[in-house]
Write a protein that binds this ligand. Structure first.
Ligand code: FES
Ligand SMILES: [Fe+2]
Length: 278
């Protein structure tokens, strides 16, 4: 196992800065730290950059994981270690084994307001030939722009979903008439709100099904999740759920919010509260 990155020191002075990336994200610094420590989202949210991840160790200090970037690249797995220093507002993402071993990416987080954080990233690599450095720097900047776009969208959505959840606890669960079945079928799949929760209504093998459109893990969006073998996969951490029962389909134990009962009465589709014990 390679040497761990030591956050108490500065970047390794033997490395050269290949480039830097600065931006402001529309999320509070607490949400950003949550994202930094969330190793599990890499292959799901950033599937263009990461294929799979196996956690090796984690704690308040950060995490270390074996990461495969592309399918079939198992032999070229990297061990990445993220070490955080919240008091100093910075963290280091170091490649400690595999391709690029020895490189360090240092990020400084500066809170600007309750929902804005400045992000400053420098890429430190074991290379000092100017042309190569420039190419490596450009590539890092392009990759990081994409990663932060995806992270920002997730953090903004999560913040909004948490606020909605706080507001919707007293919502009505009166039956909801969605109109004639014949016209409803032409609008499927569609999102509906019931009892303060969002559900997606769709037809599966001739059956009308409603399932929660919010993931019970971190409130990820299930609005557009593809249905495969009666299951959906959350785009944030890849957790899978059976849409008929709401049960976890991958042994992680989480359950979708109970979906309303869908019935057809005198030609109209009605959503009503599901019985407590089906
Ligand atoms: S939010 Fe994590 S799997 Fe859905
Ligand atoms: Fe991310």
């Amino acid at each position: 196992m390679g040497e761990r990155a030591d956050i108490s020191r500065l970047p390794d002075p033997r490395l050269t800065v290949a480039g830097r990336y600065d931006r402001v994200v529309a999320a509070g610094v607490g949400r950003v730290w949550e994202n930094v420590l969330d190793w599990e989202h890499l292959p799901a949210l950033h599937h263009g950059q990461f294929h799979s991840i196996d956690l090796l160790d984690s704690g308040p200090w950060g995490w270390r994981a074996s990461v495969v970037n592309q399918p079939g690249d198992v032999a070229r797995a990297q061990v990445i270690e993220v070490r955080i220093d919240r008091d100093a507002g910075r963290y280091c993402s170091a490649t400690v084994e595999g391709p690029g071993a020895g490189s360090e990416i240092w990020t400084t987080l500066t809170p600007l307001s309750a929902d804005r954080t400045a992000v400053a990233v420098t890429f430190h690599v074991a290379e000092d030939r100017p042309e190569r450095l420039a190419r490596i720097g450009e590539r890092y900047v392009a990759i990081y722009a994409g990663l932060w776009d995806e992270d920002e969208a997730m953090m903004v959505h999560r913040e909004r979903a948490l606020a909605n959840r706080r507001r919707s606890s007293a919502a009505s669960v009166e039956p909801l008439n969605l109109g004639p079945l014949s016209s409803l079928l032409t609008t499927l799949p569609r999102l509906v709100e019931f009892g303060g929760e969002r559900f997606r209504l769709l037809a599966l093998e001739g059956e009308l099904i409603a399932h929660a459109a919010t993931c019970p893990h971190w409130l990820g969006p299930l609005d557009d999740a593809t249905v495969e073998d009666g299951c959906i996969r959350c785009p944030w951490h890849d957790y899978r759920f059976d849409i008929r029962t709401g049960a976890s389909a991958d042994g992680r134990g989480l359950v979708l919010a109970r979906a309303p009962r869908v019935s057809v009465e005198t030609g109209d589709v009605i959503l009503s509260a599901a019985p407590a014990f089906p």
